[in-house]
Write a protein that binds this ligand. Structure first.
Ligand code: GLU
Length: 490
């Protein structure tokens, strides 16, 4: 029987949760779900200066929000814990003692200044800067002398000479590195805390991870990790390195390109389903043309075979298009709930409204349902219901009101509005029809000037929706104000 697939997401809680991290988490989640495997969440918190509990909370909340639940790890428990690296120091120590005893690792007493000087000298000589092995073969006396000086040693891994390290990456295919290009690297810092490359190997091995799927930036760490797997007598997992995410200008995605953290997208009112669908397509290209995938469809279709080698491009227009699809699928109640925080933030709602006001707000918000791509666009899409100050959007819009038939159309509208008892949608339809008929005008000759006078714009939501929501007095006031700007006083 094949071994159960065990994958992991192992973030460092050192700042905002980047969409690149979310994509790595998603690919691991999809693999686990597809193969009936397990997703483990491990927190790599060994960077004491930059790790914060807030960042960890933020990552966990974002994963939950995205619906990427994990089976084992922090908060979920499991048999391979603890799942915070800082709680695993005794475990690392055991392996360090083993490597030291076997001569596969050694203490290094070099100071930062000495290392810096070595690096500079190598660079000046046009050589690759790396550790040249000064402390590789210290005698016990030399070590004791350094100790006596009060130097605190690091532990370095003794990189075997002349080895070609080969592996088949699930994304990049066959990859090889020469061990001679890798200097003996630090596995435990002078404060006793392991480095990333060391802790990750022990954790992945002891947590029985079968597939390590992570960002491309870790590809060059993999040969070091493989040397450690071999030295520690652990089986190597399979590795897959997913491509960088680039902005549309083909430069590495950064703040310059807009929002980069999951939380920013959540706050802008993107939907988890939309973001997950979009992130799945960042580097994974299914064989057909399909772009909208439910989670079930993603799980079914996902495979590392279709994860592309070339960089993924973050196209916000595509994200908006995908998210709009999911916005449209919300029920009216869900859409209103999604709109609320944005309506409150823009001052259009307080959240304390009474029943009747809420009913009106629901109807107002509903007019934006088909139009917007994400929540933060809603206030602007309904702003006309909250402010009667507006100008003509374009000279073309204003020109519409200079057409010959406009005074006739508007005079008729004024009379009919005044006479109407109710102005709901059907009543407005009747009014527009009768203006057309009585004056022998085409539909556009009636609708367009009314629309421009009411909104300043030639495009927008249905006229028959707007009148009932504004009420006839307010609607007429808006129209009359626009008309007076072009010299028609009614
Ligand atoms: N803590 C590492 C990071 O956040 C994990 C890399 C890995 O998956 O091995 O980049």
């Amino acid at each position: 029987m094949e071994k159960e697939m065990r994958v992991r997401f192992a973030p460092s809680p050192t700042g905002p949760f980047h969409i690149g991290g979310a994509r790595s988490a998603l690919f691991n989640w999809l693999l686990a779900r597809k193969n009936g495997g397990k997703l483990i969440l491990r927190i790599e918190d060994t960077d004491r200066e930059r790790s914060t509990p807030e960042s960890e909370e933020n990552i966990k909340a974002a994963l939950k929000w995205l619906g990427l639940e994990w089976d084992e790890g922090v908060d979920a428990g499991g048999e391979h814990g603890p799942y915070h690296q800082m709680e695993r120091l005794a475990i690392y120590k055991k392996y360090t003692d083993q490597l030291l005893a076997e001569g596969k690792a050694y203490y290094c007493y070099c100071t930062d200044e000495e290392l810096e000087a070595e690096r500079e000298a190598l660079t000046e000589a046009g050589k690759m800067p790396r550790y040249m092995g000064k402390c590789r073969n210290l005698t016990p006396e030399q070590a004791a002398a350094f100790q006596a000086e009060g130097r605190k040693p690091t532990v370095r891994f003794r990189v075997p000479a002349g080895q070609t390290i080969k592996f088949t990456d699930l994304v990049r295919g066959d990859v090889s590195f020469e061990s001679d290009g890798i200097g003996d690297f630090v596995i435990v810092k002078s404060d006793g805390i392991p480095t990333y490359n060391y802790a990750v190997v022990i954790d992945d091995a002891l947590m029985e991870i079968t597939h390590v799927i992570r960002a491309e930036e870790h590809l060059s760490n993999t040969p070091r990790q493989i040397l450690l797997y071999d030295a520690l007598g652990f089986d190597r997992p399979k590795f897959g390195h997913i491509s960088l995410i680039l902005g549309k200008d083909k430069k590495k995605m950064s703040k310059r390109h807009g929002a980069t953290s999951v939380d920013q997208y959540r706050q802008m009112g993107y939907l988890p389903d939309g973001l997950v669908n979009f992130l799945a397509l960042l580097g994974w290209a299914p064989s057909g043309e399909q772009e909208i995938f439910t989670r079930e469809e993603l799980i079914k279709a996902f495979s590392m075979k279709h994860v592309a080698k070339n960089p993924a491009v973050f196209d916000v227009d595509k994200l908006n298009w995908i998210n709009q699809h999911y916005m449209r699928k919300l029920s009216p109640e869900e859409f209103f709930e999604a709109a609320k925080p944005h309506m409150i933030a823009s001052g259009y709602m307080t959240g304390e409204e009474t029943g009747e006001q809420v009913e009106w707000l629901k109807r107002v918000v509903a007019t934006a349902h088909e139009q917007v791509s994400y929540g933060a666009q809603i206030p602007e899409a309904v702003s006309m219901y909250f402010s009667d100050e507006f100008g003509f959007e374009t000279p073309e819009a204003e020109a519409v009101l200079h057409e010959e038939s406009v005074p006739t159309v508007m005079a008729a509208l004024k009379d009919k509005l005044a006479a109407a008892e109710v102005i709901d949608g059907p009543a407005m339809k009747v009014i527009f029809k009768s203006i057309q008929k009585e004056n022998k005008l085409g539909g556009k000759q009636v609708f367009m000037p009314i629309r421009v006078a009411l909104t300043g714009n030639q495009h927008g939501p249905e006229l028959v929706e707007m009148f009932p929501l504004l009420g006839k007095e307010r609607a007429w006031q808006r129209i009359s104000n626009s008309l007076s700007k072009v010299g028609i006083n009614l």
